[in-house]
Design a protein around this ligand. Structure first.
Ligand code: ZN
Length: 233
């Protein structure tokens, strides 16, 4: 098996891998992707606040209704002519009045607390909106910078890729298929030499039987790191 051609190919492909790594580790890419999450979080928070606001407003309305009901009771009591009532009836009216007044005081406090909650929600809504705006602007800015960087590197990548395409013609089809199936920027190099009795990728020592198999077949897939081990001349 002629391994030289695929090694030459891998050597050139390394330049593409390095350019790809440069792009994928770009600070601008990291920032613009993280801003996407910030914007998404802010959107989710806004939806939550919407729901909270609805609950608070419903609560506020029912408190207001209770307040009005008590106010009406009090108004009606005040309209009553107390002249013809006996002591017991007057006492009863006094008790009801006291209770209603106490209800009104309680409800007033609750209504004020609710109004405070509404204000807090509105403030947070405002802050969330600002956060979203900042994240969106930062996202757009860094995305543009990343795209520019990409545009700058793209011709270089394409040039090497054209050269690789040329090289492919002379490479054993099976080796090339194996190579392409494993190629990612995290999994590189794909073909590694035997170092002593160990895999040149992960340094795991091979058994005698495995080395025999390698000698017989020309390449051997490492059981540990899944790279292809070859014999150096
Ligand atoms: Zn290995």
């Amino acid at each position: 098996m002629d391994i030289k051609k695929i090694l030459e190919y891998q050597d050139k492909d390394k330049k593409v891998i390095n350019l790809e790594r440069k792009l994928s580790s770009s600070e601008d890419l990291k920032i613009y992707q993280s801003m996407l999450n910030v914007a998404k979080d802010a959107q989710a928070r806004s939806a939550n606040l919407d729901k909270n606001a609805e609950d608070v407003i419903n609560e506020y309305n029912s408190l207001k209704k209770a307040f009005e009901d008590n106010q009406n009771i009090l108004d009606n009591l005040e309209k009553r002519d107390l002249k013809n009532l006996d002591e017991k009836a007057i006492q009863e009216i006094k008790e009801i009045t006291n209770k209603v007044v106490s209800n009104l005081n309680y409800l007033e406090k609750k209504i004020m607390a609710q109004a405070d909650s509404v204000k807090k929600i509105l403030d947070e809504f405002d802050n969330t909106k600002k956060r979203y705006g900042v994240a969106k602007a930062k996202h757009a800015d860094h995305k543009q910078k990343y795209e520019l960087e990409k545009q700058k590197l793209e011709p270089e990548i394409q040039k090497i890729q054209a050269e690789l395409k040329e090289l492919e013609k002379g490479i054993d089809k099976e080796l090339l298929t194996r190579y392409k199936a494993k190629r990612t920027d995290k999994f590189f190099p794909i073909f590694v030499p035997l170092r002593g009795a160990s895999c040149g990728g992960c340094m795991m020592e091979l058994s005698k039987a495995q080395i025999e198999k390698l000698k017989k077949n020309g390449i051997l897939e490492c059981e540990n790191c899944r790279r292809y081990i070859y014999l150096e001349d």
